[in-house]
Design a protein around this ligand. Structure first.
Ligand SMILES: Cc1cc2nc3c(=O)[nH]c(=O)nc-3n(C[C@H](O)[C@H](O)[C@H](O)COP(=O)(O)OP(=O)(O)OC[C@H]3O[C@@H](n4cnc5c(N)ncnc54)[C@H](O)[C@@H]3O)c2cc1C
Length: 466
């Protein structure tokens, strides 16, 4: 009897566990061809002259694909990686290998949606079925207690209407077998397109489902860090003040539902407290921005934002570059930007401050900041990044008008002893004469030399030495 063969197209769901589209593919076929497409746009340059996908994310993606390949092989499968356009490559493959259907994860980005539409149209011509599964959030889109058009404008209302009313669907089991067509062979993953200059700096974040699951195990069970998450989450230095799940979540190496049910197990087996609740609370923020993205589409990415607010910004590229490189002269900002440039990561507290500083103090076009983050962040996720930038720029879902982060008081509050600033700006420690005090007050002359007036909050005090 002829075997039923389908294609599973991996997108931002680079895992075997809790993978609805892979599960559906396996359920409806005897053989599955797994593919991943490296879209050439990943390597394009943006308006601020930074590649869309910078070195940290590229490296993480390569590691994730290699891990997926390994895991598929253990299950008897293979991963084929191609470079190009999915809507052209997948129909060709489907015809050549006689696949009767294509399965994938539903994405949100307007560019990805346009690929989906074109792909669906091409496959339809050949009577090949196309199925996109919603699976990137805790709550399933179809389980929301309101139509997407009525998504609450602020997060708190969304949370209240969902958290105790919507059930997180069960995770899909990890398949033991992913049968690959007999006679076809695997290939070396052609990851050349993604290769580039190796990022310098630490190697803490290694991509892939295996490492994501290890981090989950470590953060909950091995270290018990979860039980103090609420107290530590505003930290700045080190790996353990927050979960660091974000890079694995962004590429789908970890499923949010898997994290949710692991937290539930932890609550039963170890402790249930404000911290365990708060981790779920943060995952709800992630969900919220995904639904905001789904609702507003391309509007999320324009200067006017989802509120369609008109405001004039500066487009001073030199000043922007000082910000991006971490040379503004304001240590709390510079330290955060240098951490980002060295590791691809920045704490949530840091992100809020550097974003606010760019928009509210330097008054520079906030979309440049978001584009820079897209290039540099190892955990770049279109919904979370652009949703948060909208929020901080005052064009998004912030209920408070004109929220302002006072960098000096933020630095004082979260880096009172200056440990963080000294870590990323070692030149400060090298100043002869001794210890630095009140590091949050420091501001070198570099920025004032650019003729920028920062106002009263940033006196150009020079470097203060005790
Ligand atoms: C300007 C700006 C840009 C951002 N860009 C991104 C991005 O591209 N990708 C990204 O994953 N997060 C982004 N965030 C959100 C947040 O900073 C990171 O998710 C968080 O710092 C990741 O570290 P963690 O995994 O240790 O988080 P934890 O504190 O351990 O939180 C657990 C998880 O909850 C989710 N989460 C926490 N805070 C937020 C938030 N504010 N918005 C959405 N989800 C949240 C993340 O998935 C995170 O992994 C951005 C925030 C700001 C202010």
């Amino acid at each position: 009897m002829r075997k039923r063969r389908v294609i599973h197209w991996f997108r931002n769901n680079l895992r075997l566990h809790d993978n609805a589209s892979l599960y559906r593919a396996l359920k409806n076929a005897d053989e599955v061809i797994s593919v991943y497409i490296i879209d050439s746009c990943y390597c394009e340059n943006t308006v601020i002259d930074a590649p869309r996908m910078g070195p940290f994310r590229r490296k993480f993606l390569i590691e994730s694909l290699l891990d997926l390949q390994r895991r598929l092989q253990i299950a008897g499968g293979q991963l084929w990686v191609f470079e190009g356009k999915a809507d052209e490559i997948i129909p060709e493959l489907a015809l050549k290998y006689d696949a009767e259907a294509v399965y994938c994860q539903a994405e949100l980005d307007p560019a990805e949606l346009s690929v989906e539409e074109k792909l669906e149209a091409r496959l339809w011509k050949y009577r090949i079925r196309f199925e996109c599964c919603w699976q990137s959030t805790l709550f399933h889109l179809e389980d929301l207690p309101f139509p997407l058009s009525n998504l609450p404008k602020v997060f708190t209302d969304f949370r209240k209407e969902t958290e105790n009313h919507v059930r997180v669907r069960d995770v899909y089991p990890t398949p033991e077998h992913v049968p690959f067509p007999f006679g076809l062979s695997g290939n070396e993953l052609p990851l050349i397109a993604l290769k580039g200059q190796e990022p310098q700096g630490n190697n803490f974040y290694a991509g892939g489902e295996s490492n994501g699951l290890k981090r989950l195990q470590y953060y909950l069970w091995e270290s018990d860090l979860l039980k103090n998450y609420k107290e530590t989450r505003n930290g700045l230095l080190g790996w353990d003040y927050s979960s660091k799940f974000s890079p694995w979540l962004a590429l789908g190496c970890l499923s949010p539902r898997r994290i949710f049910y692991e937290i539930k197990n932890y609550e039963e087996g170890r402790v249930k407290n404000e911290s365990t609740y708060w981790m779920i609370f943060e995952l709800l923020w992630r969900d919220y921005f995904k639904f905001v993205h789904k609702k507003h589409g391309a509007q999320l990415f324009v200067q006017e934002g989802i509120q369609n607010k008109n405001r004039k910004y500066s487009e001073d590229l030199n000043l922007f570059k000082l910000w991006a490189r971490g040379h503004t002269g304001v240590p709390f900002i510079d330290a955060n930007m240098r951490e980002l440039n060295t590791t691809g990561f920045m704490s949530n507290r840091g992100r809020q401050n550097v974003a606010s500083f760019l928009v509210k103090d330097l008054e520079i076009n906030w979309t440049w900041g978001a584009i820079y983050f897209e290039s540099m962040l190892i955990d770049y996720d279109a919904s979370s990044n652009w949703g948060n930038w909208n929020y901080i720029a005052g064009t998004g879902n912030d209920p408070r008008k004109d929220r302002y982060f006072n960098i000096l008081s933020q630095g004082k509050r979260y880096d009172g002893q200056g440990d963080y600033v000294r870590h990323w700006l070692p030149e400060l420690s090298a100043i002869p004469g001794g210890k630095i005090h009140e590091p949050w007050k420091m501001c070198s002359r570099e920025l004032s030399g650019m003729g920028v007036v920062l106002g009263e909050n940033y006196p150009h005090a020079g470097i203060v030495i005790q």
